[in-house]
Design a protein around this ligand. Structure first.
Ligand code: UT7
Length: 329
């Protein structure tokens, strides 16, 4: 059977870190509150003019290509998941293509916020299983720090910058992606939002009070929290059931890193030990579309996940969106 499989992963995190203690000098917060409510201790923040969404995505892509032993000219498609592109046009995938010289690749971006990497993986898998493409680079890369109001304690403590990548290739073995599950609910979308520049043109009568700049990211944290703790166990049960497996059969769950309490609650609802849920949000915070591929890269490179086992990737976020992928290593 033709499947898609991961043959390389990579990641990039900015060198600069911002601790909870440093944040408590900027806004009315403290380390104990942040650790207790989120599990986050620090986050990586882009500080250089050159440390862009494209730059970080390029670094992650180069690491993944190196692990895969593939040259960039062999890539047929580049998919980039991001909601924080450096440019609205050209897209981030085309810019990464130029940076790595993937001259034969077709390139586009996917915006599904924190579920973006899973949506991109599912798209890549469909191209491979249909026989259209053989080798695909999937990147999740975010500079969320540029969208944050650093005076807003309800959001500025949560997010970080970074990038992760995976190379998917056609496989004729039993290894690879066994299934995907994804969905969207636009009616709940305003729970997490980042508005674009307003429509301001000579044909609109009253434009003088409209802002010129982009507004900041805003969120109804509790609504997103409730949605996540309900949706992830639901997806886990469905996708394992569809593949004649039970949640118990999955060796590791790589969940979107948004809040440690969400991860613990999912483990509890599934009656699984927390050790099966690797985390990095303590040092990375929430990196949206980059969070799952950064964690995946850590798990591959540190041999946390083992050949022959089943792993499950699962994410949720703005849109509202959600997605899961079941992988046999
Ligand atoms: O990738 C998807 C993106 N988003 C998420 O996944 C977010 C999911 N939601 C969450 O992670 C949590 O809802 C938060 C961490 C955002 C907030 O935690 P919470 O337990 O839901 O806190 P809350 O919003 O109910 O706030 C509780 C209290 C409030 O004070 P009062 O009204 O009880 O006096 C807040 O004003 O904590 C206060 N508070 C803070 N205090 C210290 C809110 N933010 C802070 C802060 N430091 N940074």
């Amino acid at each position: 059977m033709l499947r898609s499989n991961i043959i390389g992963t990579g990641s990039y995190l900015p060198a600069h870190t911002l601790s909870n203690h440093e944040l408590s000098k900027l806004v009315d917060t403290n380390n104990d509150w942040i650790v207790e409510r989120t599990g986050i201790c620090s986050r990586h923040i882009a500080t250089e003019e050159t440390e862009t969404t494209v730059f970080m995505g390029t670094k992650a892509a180069q690491n993944a290509l190196e692990m895969a032993g593939l040259t960039a000219d062999k890539l047929d498609l580049i998919l980039v998941a991001t909601f924080t592109p450096d440019y609205i046009m050209p897209n981030t995938a085309c810019q990464i293509q130029a940076a790595i010289h993937a001259t034969n690749a077709f390139c586009f971006d996917i915006n599904a916020a924190c579920s973006g990497f899973l949506y991109a993986l599912q798209t890549a898998d469909a191209y491979i299983r249909s026989g259209i493409y053989h080798s695909i680079l999937v990147v999740g890369t975010e500079t969320i720090s540029r969208t944050i109001d650093w005076q807003d304690r309800s959001t500025c403590i949560l997010f970080g910058d970074g990038a992760g990548a995976a190379i998917l290739s056609a496989s004729h073995t039993e290894k690879g992606f066994l299934g995907f599950l994804s969905g969207s609910d636009g009616s709940g979308g305003m729970a997490l939002q980042l508005k674009n520049r307003p429509i301001k043109n000579p044909c609109r009568p009253t434009t003088k009070d409209l802002p010129d700049s982009f507004p900041y990211l805003s969120m109804n944290g509790q609504e997103v929290f409730q949605f996540a703790v309900r949706k992830i166990p639901e997806m886990v049960k469905s996708i394992t059931g569809q593949n004649q497996l039970s949640p118990e059969d999955i060796s590791h769950y790589l969940l979107h890193q948004a809040n440690l309490r969400i991860i613990k609650s999912v483990a509890k609802r599934l009656s699984l030990p927390e050790e099966r849920f690797p985390v990095n949000l303590s040092e990375c915070g929430n990196t949206s579309a980059a969070s799952i591929p950064i964690l995946l890269d850590k798990c591959y490179r540190n041999s946390i996940i083992q050949l022959g086992s089943y792993i499950l990737l699962s994410g949720f976020g703005g849109g509202l969106t959600w997605g899961s992928a079941l992988l046999k290593l």
